[in-house]
Write a protein that binds this ligand. Structure first.
Ligand code: UTP
Length: 298
């Protein structure tokens, strides 16, 4: 089955980014030159996905306005707007973008279940709307699709995290691996270090078999009283139906202040026009004779 649909849950309350997210959706906060969600959508488009299902809370007008409206007449003829941007945006406008409201924030699993009617009986992609993954080669979604095409199983993106971060992620325990693909035996949501010896964390990209909807619809609340997506995936793990891909790429968790700032700096450094200036500025900033607040000439 070809993966044609993506579910992007962005209905959460974004409390870690308060007060920035009081009136602005987290997905609309910019990382260097564009909103977080635009990076995520560009990534899935690169994998050939054109049906985009955004799970939103009730305040989603700005997201709708950004992604569903034609390129603004005010900017069409401006020299300040690059062709690269306009071309990328045309691809977004070519997609079919749907919004589904999650009325109560009952957890990620519940958010994904909201897409059941629109996904119908297809297998599909899930991409968290507050994680950007940058790859030099193929996008992480394309890498996952390749593994799904080969094995016809649910596959999740994983990476090794340090000891102190294990309790922040869904952790995958595995029994055998082939190159960078792991066979999952158990998934645990945000375990204490003592509960697992694995350091393989799920980072927010998944290709899922359609049966996940059936599992989610019968699932009881788990950790923090939420319907946990990890618990549903664990049911597939028990049946030997779940793989983990240690993908090629760098993850930016932009749903917290530090991750958000780091991503802004690094995407600024990737920008051809500004990279050298930003590098020079940062060097000066950390030099001993520079104090925060000093004037800096660009
Ligand atoms: P998070 O728990 O990381 O984000 O959920 P959050 O709830 O928005 O933020 P904090 O923790 O209060 O700061 C991961 C992703 O799942 C979505 C979020 O929007 C985020 O993109 N999500 C989470 C939902 O869509 N619905 C939910 O009920 C929970």
């Amino acid at each position: 089955m070809k993966i044609k649909k993506v579910v992007i849950p962005v209905a959460g309350l974004a409390t870690r980014m308060f007060p920035a997210t009081k009136a602005v959706q987290k997905g609309m906060l910019p990382i260097f030159d564009r909103p977080i969600l635009q990076y995520v959508i560009e990534e899935v488009i690169e994998a050939g996905i054109k049906d985009i299902i955004l799970i939103v809370n009730e305040d989603y007008e700005t997201i709708d306005k950004h992604f569903n409206k034609d390129i603004d007449y005010r900017i069409k003829n401006s020299n300040n707007v690059s062709n690269e941007y306009i071309e990328s945006f045309k691809k977004i406008l070519d997609c079919n973008i749907n919004f589904i409201i999650q009325k109560e924030q009952k957890g990620l699993g519940d958010a994904i279940l909201c897409a059941k009617e629109i996904v119908k009986d297809e297998d599909f992609c899930v991409a968290l709307g507050d994680v950007i993954i940058d790859s030099n080669k193929k996008s992480v979604t394309s890498q996952l699709v390749d593994v799904y095409d080969k094995y016809q199983k649910t596959v999740v993106a994983v990476e090794t995290v340090s000891e102190d971060k294990v309790s922040m992620y869904g952790i995958l325990e595995w029994d055998k691996r082939e190159d960078n693909i792991y066979n999952s035996v158990r998934l645990i949501e945000k375990p204490e270090r003592s509960q697992t010896s694995s350091n393989l964390a799920m980072v927010g990209r998944y290709i899922v078999k359609n049966e996940i909807f059936d599992i989610l619809s019968h699932q009881n609340p788990g950790k923090n009283g939420e319907i946990q997506f990890t618990d549903a995936l664990n049911e597939l793990s028990k049946k030997n139906e779940l793989l983990g891909l240690n993908f090629d790429g760098k993850t930016y968790d932009v749903g917290n202040r530090l991750g958000y700032l780091i991503a802004n700096v690094e995407f600024g450094l990737k920008d051809k026009t500004n990279s050298e200036k930003i590098k020079e500025y940062l060097k000066n900033l950390v030099s001993s004779d520079f104090r925060i607040g000093d004037d800096y000439e660009f």
